[in-house]
Each structure stands twice: as structure tokens, then as C-alpha cells.
Write a protein that binds this ligand. Structure first.
Ligand code: NAP
Ligand code: F7E
Length: 350
């Protein structure tokens, strides 16, 4: 039986990847951070909570990473942990550099000392391209990070490359474009919209306040992207791949489709507030996935329209269940209205 260690198993990708690996008969270990309130809802939602082996660890603490590698003695390590919300990285740039960036070296060192034969996956991001000025981004497009998050990810990307070349390790990065799902964090725009639309359609909320509606992203479906991640570590040779849908849509298009799904006109409910604009944003992303298609046999099945539909309907179903008094693992009722969060002032240009 193969063994895998997933850092960040409590997050969207970690949870979906754990489910996928369990279905392939892996013994799955996952790191979690001790929190004063439990945050295992995604593992419970996917019905795998009792099937994974949890190890307390923090990317900031090298000892805990060594311990995690030692306890799990894995064939494969998937580094999914990071400060993944770009706005937070603007608010806490130093912490982000340490967690999203340099911590990856700690993990690579732990692997190198314990067993350099372990295969390593680094969660790289399309944000590394920034505003590259290219119509479509592929594995050879120059990086031009536009946030502390993207800068930290780029460091992690290159250090993974260095360990592969210097120590002959099977260490690869997947350059994943945005991927969403009903278990996406509520602060990301896709889920903020699907949750907001569901609440508005049920009369629980009156408006949805957003930032930059013109930004364009290449949005795919997270569970499918985890299949690509898995395939990258089964490859004969270590290689980097772009994972994307090859379609680019604006936040405005997402909003419009989401409201249409519940029969409402978005213009009556959506407002914008400077608070949700970033000091620097990535305006346009669209990923070329032909290398993944030809070498991994991977291609996206769920495209933009279907993704919006799935997310809105799942949030609608949950709020209806909630209003009926049903209890189930879910995040939304515990989440504050973002407009009432006092911070984000620091995001203004000084
Ligand atoms: P996510 O839902 O925000 O999950 C992030 C995970 O990282 C959580 O489990 C979180 O734990 C953990 N984490 C944060 N700081 C940590 C620390 N100091 N020590 C240990 N664990 C820590 O993100 P995601 O969407 O699943 O993304 C997974 C990875 O892919 C991330 O590295 C992200 O940057 C990258 N990525 C994501 C996308 C996307 O569109 N989703 C695209 C490209 C790349 P807690 O639950 O305790 O906070
Ligand atoms: O923003 C705009 C915002 O926060 C998308 C992470 O998983 O994907 C994600 O990063 C766009 C941006 O995702 C709001 O300005 C407008 O242009 O959903 P997001 P992201 O920044 O693209 C990449 C690939 C990652 O690697 C990251 O980890 O939407 N936008 N209004 C808004 N964004 C948010 N969050 N909230 C708004 O109200």
C-alpha cells in the first residue's frame, strides 16, 4: 500500500486530494494546525474524516515537518499548505513569505535528509504569471508576480526546481490556474458569489459587495485538478505542468451567470467597494493545458458555466437545509459578512 503525506489537508485541495488518494488505496496522512476551534469540516463534508491519519504540524516549524515525514514515512509528499488568499498575503506579507515561500525549503530539506526517494509535489500558481501581457500562459511564459503571495510562490517554485536538479529528487510543481468547488473558502470570489446569491435568493441577504469586476480568470473544477496533481507524481520523469481550462472569464460574467441561475438580475443586487480592490491585481489569466493533455492524458471536463451552476446550487441546497434545522458540516453560518470586517484599510496605497 502506497503512503502519502498531504500538508494542508484541511483546505480545499488537500481534502479533495485525500479523497482521491483514498480511492486509490493509499494510506493518507495529513498535517493540520492546532486551532482553538476545529476546522475539519471539509474532510467531514467529503466523508473521509475517519479515514485519514492526522499529524499536527506547522510549516513555520521545521521540527514538526521532520516529525510529519518521519511518522508517515511516505512514498509521496504533496505540499498543499500556504497562505492561499492573495489579499491576506498583502496584509501579512512577511508571514506569507515564510509560510508560502521559505517553508518549502524546510520541507524539501526534511525529505532530503529522511529519504530523498520520496516524490514531492509543490502547489505552484498561475498568480506567478502576474500581468504577463500574454494572451495565453504556458510552461515557458515568463513569470511576473504581482503580489506578495505570487512572489513567495515563485520562490517555492524555483527552490523545488533547484532540489530536483541539484539532488536528483523527484520534485515537481504544478502550475494550477484558479480552481473552485462548493468547499472553496468563503473569501474567494467564486464562493463569495455563490454563497451571496444563495442567501439573496432566499431573502437572507439584500446585496453582494465585491471589488474588481473586470478581472479575468481561468476557472476550473477543483476535484478534477487534483487528478492532474496525482498524475504528475506518477509520471516517469519529473516535470512541471500548467493545469487550466484554456478559457478566461471576468468576475462580472461569474456574477451574471450566478444570479441567472436563481432567476435574478445581478444589477439590482451587486455593489462594489474599494475595500475589496487590491493594491495591485492580476487582470487577466488564461492557461494553455496542451502539455498536460498530451503527456498526462489530463483535460478539464467541467467548464465555466457548469462550475457556476454546481456552486450556486450546492450553496442554495445547504441554506435550505440549514433553514429546515438540519445539521451538517459546513462553514457559511459561522462566517462574518465581509463588509463588516474592519481591516483591509492597510490595503490602501499609503
Ligand atoms: P486553502 O483551502 O486555503 O488551504 C490551505 C491549507 O494550508 C489549509 O489546510 C491551511 O490550514 C494550510 N496552512 C496555512 N498555513 C499553514 C501553516 N503555517 N502550516 C501548515 N499549514 C498551513 O487552499 P487551496 O485552495 O486548497 O490551495 C491549496 C494549495 O494550492 C495552496 O498552496 C494554494 O496556494 C495553491 N493554489 C491554489 C489554487 C486554487 O485556485 N485553489 C491555485 C493555484 C495554487 P488551516 O486550515 O489550518 O488554515
Ligand atoms: O480573486 C477579484 C479579485 O480571491 C479572483 C487563490 O486560490 O487563485 C486564487 O487567487 C479575482 C481577483 O482568487 C472580489 O480582485 C473582485 O482579481 O477569488 P480570488 P485569486 O486572487 O485569483 C490563484 C490561482 C491562487 O493561487 C490563489 O491561492 O476576483 N475580486 N471582487 C474579488 N476577489 C475576492 N476574493 N473578493 C471580492 O469581493
Amino acid at each position: 500500500m502506497k503512503k502519502a503525506l498531504i500538508t494542508g489537508i484541511t483546505g480545499q485541495d488537500g481534502a479533495y486530494l485525500a479523497k482521491l488518494l483514498l480511492s486509490k488505496n493509499y494510506k493518507v496522512y495529513g498535517t493540520f494546525r492546532r486551532a482553538s476551534s476545529p476546522n475539519f469540516w471539509r474532510l467531514q463534508n467529503l466523508e473521509i474524516f475517519s479515514k485519514v491519519h492526522l499529524i499536527p504540524a506547522d510549516l513555520l516549524d521545521m521540527g514538526s515537518l521532520i516529525e510529519a515525514v518521519k511518522i508517515s514515512d511516505p512514498d509521496e509528499v504533496y505540499n498543499m499548505a500556504a497562505v492561499s488568499y492573495v489579499s491576506t498575503a498583502f496584509e501579512q506579507p512577511v508571514g506569507n513569505a515564510e509560510i508560502t515561500g521559505t517553508a518549502v525549503t524546510k520541507l524539501l530539506e526534511a525529505i532530503r535528509f529522511f529519504n530523498p526517494k520520496i516524490r514531492f509535489y509543490q502547489a505552484s500558481s498561475s498568480e506567478m504569471y502576474g500581468n504577463s501581457g500574454t494572451k495565453i500562459q504556458n510552461e515557458n511564459t515568463a513569470f511576473s508576480p504581482a503580489s506578495p503571495y505570487a512572489s513567495a510562490k515563485l520562490y517555492a517554485h524555483w527552490i523545488t526546481d533547484v532540489y530536483r536538479k541539484a539532488y536528483d529528487m523527484f520534485a515537481v510543481s504544478g502550475i494550477l490556474f484558479n480552481h473552485e468547488s462548493p468547499i472553496r473558502g468563503l473569501e474567494f470570489v467564486s464562493r463569495k458569489i455563490s454563497n451571496g446569491v444563495a442567501k439573496i435568493s432566499l431573502g437572507l441577504e439584500k446585496e453582494l459587495v465585491l471589488g474588481n469586476l473586470e478581472a479575468k480568470r481561468d476557472w476550473g473544477y477543483a476535484p478534477e485538478y487534483m487528478e492532474a496533481v496525482y498524475l504528475m507524481l506518477q509520471n516517469n520523469t519529473p516535470n512541471s505542468y500548467v493545469i487550466s481550462t484554456k478559457e478566461s472569464h471576468s468576475v462580472k460574467e461569474f456574477v451574471k451567470l450566478a444570479f441567472e441561475e436563481v432567476g435574478l438580475n445581478w444589477k439590482k443586487y451587486v455593489k462594489t467597494d474599494k475595500k475589496f480592490f487590491r493594491p495591485l491585481d492580476v487582470n487577466y489569466l488564461c492557461g494553455e493545458n496542451s502539455k498536460a493533455k498530451s503527456e498526462l492524458g489530463w483535460y478539464p471536463k467541467t467548464k465555466f458555466k457548469e462550475l457556476v451552476k454546481v456552486m450556486v446550487n450546492e450553496d442554495l441546497k445547504r441554506w435550505k437545509k440549514f433553514l429546515n434545522g438540519e445539521f451538517f458540516p459546513w462553514d457559511a453560518p459561522m462566517y462574518p459578512n465581509e463588509s463588516k470586517i474592519a481591516g483591509r484599510q492597510s490595503l490602501k496605497k499609503l
